[in-house]
Design a protein around this ligand. Structure first.
Ligand code: URA
Length: 201
C-alpha cells in the first residue's frame, strides 16, 4: 500500500489489485458486512467455495458458522465477517484444491491489511476464530484453549474462540455437539461483551 487507504472501498481496491502472497490464490475474498458493527469475525483464509463465490464463509465451515450465529441470536447481516489471509492457499491433489494452512510469514504479510480493515470498520468487538486469526490480531501466537474468551487486541476489545472447521473435524457426534454448544456460548459471550460501554469504538 503506497498510501494508507482512507476508506474501506480504497482498502478493498488495494487488496483486489495486489498479487496473492500465497500459492494457489487467484482472486482476493474481501470482508463483508456493515461499518460499526457489534462484532467483526475474523477467520483464517477463504476456502475453495469462498474462492469460487468470492465471499467469506460460504462453504461447509460457513454453513456451520451460520447455524451457530442463528442459535446465538446473531444476525449475520448485522455483523462484519472477514479473514486474516485474503487469498485461498491450496495444493492440488488431482483436480481437487486442498486447503493449505498459511504460515506465520504469510499471516504477517496480510496483517497490515487486516489492521487497517479493523480501523476502518470499527467493530465494538473483534472475534478471532482460531489460531491463524489470533496470530494476525495479537501479532504473536496464543494457545486457543488457554486464552479462549475475552481479550484485548492492541487496545481493541477482542474475543478468542475456535475456528468452526475444527468442529467439523470432531469424529464423535457427542463430542461434536458439546463443542458446538461451547462455540455458540462463546458467540453469545462476545455479543454480551460488545454491549459493554468500554467496547465503544
Ligand atoms: N474458513 C475461513 O477461515 N474462512 C472462510 O472464509 C472459510 C473457511
Amino acid at each position: 500500500m503506497a498510501q494508507e487507504p482512507k476508506s474501506l472501498k480504497d482498502l478493498n481496491r488495494a487488496i483486489s489489485h495486489a498479487r496473492p502472497f500465497v500459492t494457489g490464490g487467484t482472486k482476493a475474498v474481501l470482508g463483508e458486512g456493515p461499518l460499526h458493527p457489534d462484532l467483526a469475525l475474523v477467520g483464517e483464509q477463504p476456502g475453495d467455495q469462498e474462492d469460487l463465490q468470492g465471499r467469506p464463509f460460504v462453504g461447509p465451515a460457513g454453513k456451520l458458522l451460520d447455524r451457530a450465529l442463528a442459535e446465538a441470536g446473531i444476525d449475520r447481516d448485522e455483523i462484519y465477517i472477514t479473514n486474516a489471509v485474503k487469498h485461498f492457499k491450496y495444493r492440488l491433489r488431482g483436480k481437487r484444491r486442498l486447503h493449505a494452512k498459511p504460515n506465520a510469514g504469510e499471516i504477517k504479510h496480510y496483517r497490515r491489511w487486516l489492521k487497517t480493515e479493523m480501523e476502518l470498520v470499527k467493530p465494538r468487538v473483534v472475534v478471532a476464530l482460531g489460531a491463524s486469526a489470533v496470530l494476525a490480531l495479537a501479532g504473536h501466537a496464543l494457545t486457543i484453549s488457554a486464552n479462549r474468551g475475552r481479550t484485548d487486541f492492541d487496545g481493541q476489545c477482542g474475543f478468542i474462540t475456535v475456528h468452526p472447521s475444527s468442529l467439523l473435524r470432531i469424529r464423535e457426534e457427542k463430542d461434536r455437539r458439546a463443542a458446538f454448544r461451547k462455540f455458540v456460548s462463546d458467540l453469545e459471550k462476545a455479543k454480551e461483551f460488545a454491549a459493554e460501554a468500554r467496547c465503544a469504538a
